[in-house]
Write a protein that binds this ligand. Sequence first.
Ligand SMILES: C[S@@+](CC[C@H](N)C(=O)[O-])C[C@H]1O[C@@H](n2cnc3c(N)ncnc32)[C@H](O)[C@@H]1O
Length: 315
Amino acid sequence: MKAFYVSLKPFLNHGALKRPTLWGTVFANDHPLEVEIGFGNGEYLAALSRADPQINFVGFEQYCERIHRTLRKLSRTGLDNVRVLRLDARAGFERYLAPKTVSRVHCLYPPPWPKKSDIKHRLFTGDFLKLVNSRLVDGGVLKIVTDHHPYIDWVKENIQDTGFSVESKNIPANYGTKFEKKWVEGGQSEFYELLLTKHQHIPVEVKEDSTLQSYLIDHFNPDNFGFSDHSQEGVAVSFKEILYDPKKKTALVHVIACDGPLAQNIRIVIVHSPKGWRVNLAEGTMLMPTMAVSQALECVYLAAKNSASDKQPLG
Ligand SMILES: C[S@@+](CC[C@H](N)C(=O)[O-])C[C@H]1O[C@@H](n2cnc3c(N)ncnc32)[C@H](O)[C@@H]1O
């Protein structure tokens, strides 16, 4: 059987990392730090790390399979100057990077969300640009490359008050990444590069973790469990499903917890114990302890409590 990775060392479990992370301690040196957002299959990240072993690189990517492929590529470089996290870049910048610590940020081909109705999903909003600015050192640079020209115009529209000056140019295919190759094969020969240089510091604080409480209730009826979507002050919780094992007297509740654009799929257990029914996060749930997760626990607790009464599930 083909091994997925030669070494797992570059992959970090973000749940176990100090926030903000002391990257000098992780890499055991004080080399400059650069970040790649959405590194995909890792072609560019591996090339960057090979080109400059005196720089430390951190990559944020959401898809496991792409991380697997990247780990294989990184093991071929034999270098120790890259770490990758399976994490939304928004959470990565908010919590894992201290202000003024990153010298350069790279992002090749962020999802363009070309439909007008989907523009809200794009990454480089004014708020995210301010966050990236705050983590860059003075004079630090954010490079964005896209195949979709309207994306460049959209980022330029968001640039006001973000502390960046901007330059853009048309470029040929330069990077040989999976997505770039796909577009080249489809006939595209021109791509677009934006260089944003930090000229003014915009302070954005490191987000604190929320305390995640566990709850205890006397009675619980899984057949009567449910709650409708809850949203308040930028935090939203949506109930997906409940699975109940009567032999183990354990329910597993799937919930989506959103802090603004940061969405997390989480699992909460309701398990019988000698003292009553405990409501807490399922073991092994790899998540950011955010306000939305704390709110999700409270919603599940209230719905579980309500399930034992004759009332309808909480609305
Ligand atoms: C179009 S692909 C480009 C991948 C790679 N850079 C390349 O050129 O082949 C966009 C990548 O960004 C990742 N991505 C999108 N939004 C992200 C976010 N908020 N945080 C981290 N990664 C993200 C996706 O998972 C995907 O792998």
